[in-house]
Design a protein around this ligand. Structure first.
Ligand code: V47
Length: 381
């Protein structure tokens, strides 16, 4: 709960957000209308208090100051993609001199070349929609990764990729998931959700699966015992109400199937793509997105600020706006970097720990599904 003076500030009956503070403290669900009012407020600190109060009250007391990170490694087996998402700067056509395709051996070599490979606990694998890399490729890739690195969890393939592979093979998504689970898939990443609003999708990613299908595929994975994450890509020209509706769609799905671990608000970059940079989010909007996600998602345990997309500094500040996870070491990142993020590609363990400590929190190394690997008390660097 907020310290006394802070609580006094927001609970003054004259404060326009005080009713929402009382609702959160009483464990009542925040409605769409409430969320719109909160989002419209210019009192950023009050919004932060609401989000931090929601985080604190929904987190067991013994882990309230924990902020999580994971020792992970991103793998993007190809940048060739058949989709035409206007915000994507990573995608290349098959004839492009910058197109690449990695064989299973190439991927294994790439991981083997990473000096800290023995400390990895997660592979984050996302790729393009490319017909030469069908289900058999991903089955073989996951099997090989499990054979070489048996302890590393595979979080791989967005709902969009799973839909593509299923259509390519002419089989239901359930069957694709079953094959990949058998080969070593552990969970699904949150990508490919973009903004669920049909109005925006028609403008920026018309040939992508609709929101209902993205949600259905995550629901199927949950029912098969695999957890997953969810993202929102803001900065595509969507309204605050459309951001809120996106978050509410995740809340509704979570009420049904319960497998989302983390919600990750992302923000768009505009180099080398067809989205107008006038849609760029301000720092305040990024912080509001984190806060409103935490306030609305009373059924999702973690809110992540992916430092590569948000930038190290806003990511650190977001830890006072409802966030309790900053992703991880990453090692190599191609999607946001192709679009112009200024963040570095990798952070070392010491840098992540320092960033969390300097925000007054306790750094905790986790695995993909939030088992604790190490709590960084004062002795540990
Ligand atoms: O889905 C595409 C987005 C996402 C751009 O699940 C862009 O733990 C910014 O999903 N500017 C990929 N963003 C990243 C992602 C993710 C990252 C970290 C952790 C997890 C997780 C998931 O990047 C894509 C898309 O929404 N993206 N183009 C761009 N121009």
């Amino acid at each position: 709960m907020a310290p006394a003076l802070v609580e006094e500030y927001i609970t003054r009956s004259s404060h326009p957000l005080s009713a929402f503070y009382h609702k959160i403290v009483a464990g009542e669900r925040i409605t769409r209308e409430d969320a719109v009012t909160i989002y419209e407020s210019d009192d950023l600190l009050a919004i932060g208090i609401l989000a931090d109060t929601a985080r604190v009250l929904r987190t067991p007391p013994e882990v309230r100051d924990y902020v999580y990170w994971v020792h992970n490694f991103h793998i993007n087996p190809t940048n060739i993609c058949e989709a035409h998402c206007k915000f994507c700067s990573f995608k290349k056509g098959p004839g492009s001199p910058f197109a690449y395709v990695m064989s299973v051996d190439d991927v294994i070599k790439q991981v083997n070349d990473y000096p800290m490979k023995d400390q990895l606990s997660e592979f984050h694998i996302v790729s393009g929609l490319y017909k030469e890399q069908g289900l058999a490729y991903y089955r073989d890739l996951f099997k090989a990764l499990k054979q070489h690195f048996p302890k590393v969890h595979i979080k791989g393939l967005t709902a969009v990729e799973l839909d593509y592979l299923s259509k390519l093979e002419g089989i239901p998504v359930e069957e694709t998931l079953a094959v990949l689970k058998e080969a070593g898939l552990g969970s699904l990443p949150g990508g490919g959700a973009e903004v669920f609003a049909e109005r925006v999708r028609e403008l920026v990613c018309v040939d992508k699966i609709p929101a209902s299908e993205w949600l259905r595929i995550h629901g199927l994975a949950h029912q098969m015992g695999m957890q997953s994450n969810a993202t929102l890509l803001a900065g595509l020209g969507e309204t605050p109400e459309e951001r809120i509706d996106h978050i509410l769609a995740i809340r509704e799905q979570q009420d049904k199937t319960g497998g989302f671990m983390t919600f990750i608000p992302l923000n768009c970059y505009y180099d080398n793509n067809a989205i107008d940079a006038k849609n760029a989010l301000t720092g305040v909007e990024n912080l509001k997105n984190f806060a409103i996600s935490r306030i609305l998602l009373d059924n999702v345990p973690h809110i992540k600020s992916f430092w590569i997309h948000i930038g190290e500094k806003i990511s650190q500040v977001s830890l006072s706006f409802g966030v309790d996870d900053i992703d991880g070491t990453v090692v190599q990142e191609k999607i946001a970097h192709a679009a112009g993020t200024e963040a570095s590609e990798a952070m070392t363990q010491a840098e992540l720990v320092n960033m969390i400590r300097k925000a007054g929190k306790i750094p905790v190394e986790r695995d993909t599904v939030y088992n604790i690997i190490r709590v960084y008390d004062e002795q540990l660097v």
